[in-house]
Design a binder for this molecule. Structure first.
Ligand code: HEC
Ligand code: HEC
Ligand code: HEC
Ligand code: HEC
Length: 179
């Protein structure tokens, strides 16, 4: 009985700690990631991202097409100021308060939209042996990163025409060079 109670206490404490870790992490912006992920021999994830549609996702909200959609939806503010659109077109959904100075939502859908807010893991994860710790500190990688796609690529998008992972990933593919 006593040990069961102890287990419950430990479980609750664990949930509290992991929750707080995620909540305390700050979005750092793409410049921090670029420092180590820009060079060609490092896989140039930053360069690939910069050329991708995701880097333009905020800008899209300033287009005539966006204004038309917002009007049809009866939004009271321009799309680039509406939470209904920012939700998926910028990292943090336009409401994130947990941000460092260098973070700018106008960068659109950034690394951290898929890999998690970086403050906790940005230094830690650079050594392969720290992977588990980096994940515990908020890094989203591997299959977990794949799963983030459908948090935005879904029916709630006013222009949704379907989502096929393999096909879409091919358009934004980036990876570390083979060791
Ligand atoms: C100090 C340099 C440095 C910075 C800053 C940095 N990274 Fe990395 N990152 C690395 C290195 C080195 C690796 C390869 C580690 C390894 O060999 O497993 C890596 C690997 C990764 C991986 C793959 C992890 C895995 O095991 O699958 C992801 C995802 C990643 N970084 C995302 C980011 C993001 C997002 C940012 C910005 C918030 C960032 N990195 C900032 C150096 C850095
Ligand atoms: C649930 C997430 C989500 C929401 C909410 C959302 N979008 Fe998008 N938007 C996307 C995704 C994902 C795409 C990429 C194409 C697709 O699947 O719709 C996209 C694409 C677009 C495009 C380009 C379409 C094209 O065919 O090139 C426009 C314009 C756009 N969105 C405007 C808006 C406006 C305006 C709002 C707010 C009224 C909004 N979006 C709300 C996720 C969203
Ligand atoms: C739209 C979501 C998305 C964005 C934006 C994004 N990534 Fe990724 N990233 C992924 C996915 C998914 C993978 C592949 C995970 C897997 O299956 O190994 C990946 C893989 C990686 C890897 C390679 C891991 C390996 O083992 O080869 C690195 C490094 C990385 N991302 C860094 C970045 C950086 C830095 C940025 C921003 C400049 C960025 N990513 C932007 C989704 C994203
Ligand atoms: C934070 C929300 C978000 C996440 C997470 C996200 N996307 Fe997107 N994605 C968008 C938005 C918004 C657009 C439309 C950008 C625009 O047109 O300006 C888009 C557009 C795209 C496009 C271009 C689609 C087209 O019709 O040309 C591809 C490809 C894509 N995303 C792949 C992915 C993949 C693969 C993942 C997961 C690894 C992913 N995205 C995760 C929001 C997201």
């Amino acid at each position: 009985m006593r040990s069961t109670l102890m287990l419950i206490v430990v479980a609750i404490a664990f949930l509290y700690v992991t929750d707080t870790v995620a909540a305390e992490n700050k979005f750092v912006g793409t410049k921090t990631c670029a420092m180590c992920h820009k060079a060609k021999d490092k896989g140039e994830a930053f360069v690939i991202w910069q050329k991708s549609v995701h880097a333009n996702a905020y800008k899209t909200l300033e287009s005539e097409a966006s204004k038309k959609i917002a009007k049809e939806k009866g939004l009271s503010k321009p799309p680039a100021e509406s939470p209904e659109c920012l939700k998926c077109h910028v990292t943090g959904g336009g409401v994130a308060k947990n941000v460092e100075k260098a973070f700018d939502m106008k960068e659109g859908v950034t690394c951290e939209a898929c890999h998690g807010a970086g403050s906790g893991y940005k230094t830690l994860h650079a050594k392969a042996e720290n992977k588990a710790k980096a994940v515990a500190a908020g890094m989203i990688a591997d299959d977990a990163a794949e799963k983030t796609c459908v948090t935005c690529h879904n029916q709630e998008s006013p222009t949704f025409k379907g989502f096929k992972y393999a096909e879409f990933w091919a358009k934004i593919e980036h990876k570390l060079p083979k060791k």
